[in-house]
Design a protein around this ligand. Sequence first.
Ligand code: NDP
Length: 433
Amino acid sequence: HTQYAAEPEFLQVLDEFVESVAPVFEEHPEFVEKNLLQILAIPERIISFRVPWTDDEGNFRVNTGYRVQFSSALGPYKGGLRFHPTVNQSILKFLGFEQIFKNSLTGQPIGGGKGGSDFDPKGKSDNEIMRFAQSFMTELQKFIGPDLDVPAGDIGVGGREIGFLFGQYKKIRGFENGVLTGKPLSYGGSLARTEATGYGAVYFINEMLKTKGEDIAGKRAIISGAGNVAIYAAEKLQQLGATAISVSDSTGYIIDETGIDVALLKDVKEVRRERLTAYAEAKETATYYEGSVWDHDIQADLAIPAATQNEVKLPQAEQLIKNGVKFISEGANMPLDAPATEKLLAADVYIGPAKAANAGGVAVSALEMAQNSQRQSWSFEEVDGMLQDIMKDIYNNAETAAREYGKEGNLIAGANIAGFKKVADAMVSQGLV
Ligand code: NDP
């Protein structure tokens, strides 16, 4: 604890992880003997660099860029890039650590990593984003490659940013489209990648519902966030006959009892790049509130937090219980803090943890890598079908592992155990420990 005192988010994720994988260590004394946990807790490599750029007024600006190459036990480092003012080493280490086990759960040959910058894309022009992305990639390109490290998007990094990053990589290293995923379709992007994380989080909650003998049709869902994950979670929920009654951003949220109008939401967020107040102005049944959607008093069955880490703390967990929510699929990474998780588990709320529930994005990213290697592109239906199978497998593996290790119904423990065992075996086999 003292070692990681300056990295609270990383410590938070490490604590949760250590507690749930303890039974695996009891079963495998060789993991203890080989000091596996201590080794795994240190990234293979952390790269941190200067990103100078100029704004539209000609001012010289600078941000810090990072890439945390956490584990290559199962394959090339794989994980997103986040552009957000809160980005620091602790946050990227927490995300990179989670990514190792998430990627393992997908069953695909990918290691874990994460990166980004404390650059704030909000209010920046396209040209400013482009100049920043070019400067960021000028440095990052030295450390990545299709068989080495394959970044993707995350908060603040979508198709536009991936395009600028790829263009700069290509200028320096040549056309290797397998170096980034989440690319636009015309140069190697995969159909269904944009939808994959949100759709996957809904496929996952659907499996959770089925286990409890419930039907997703007719259910009401609270969603937070209004970005990539939230939009496509809302879309899939509505396709399956459920109602997404909210979305949110960092200043406020929308409640729309008739169900979020996904076409309007896409127009506001993806095309016009405006705030959610523009959604409320365009739709009569929608009301905009300031504050957090998790404090809102409203009946619902499901919750999909899809904004950011620690958005649900104890008071918000209590509100969720009061609202009648019984199922949570974590679209965001670590959206529930530890006390909130404990409270919800004690109230018998069934929780789909991030590393399982939001693994659909990285799973389809790995399918994008496969298509790039083959120089082929698969149809939407093909990729979506694979995504559904992968989410089902992840659910079954997490559920089974929880049961086998005496933690029945605790998918948090199950996902950690199932993800960890493969990584641990690979490390031991490769003589890494
Ligand atoms: P986007 O940038 O597309 O959207 C993020 C959304 O969350 C925005 O509506 C944003 O509001 C809101 N948000 C961000 N930070 C905060 C904050 N500190 N407080 C309140 N709201 C906030 O990101 P994604 O949808 O891609 O990512 C959302 C979550 O899902 C993240 O935790 C990410 O790690 C996780 N994830 C994403 C994957 C993907 O494929 N994209 C894959 C797996 C996980 P505002 O516009 O006001 O900032």
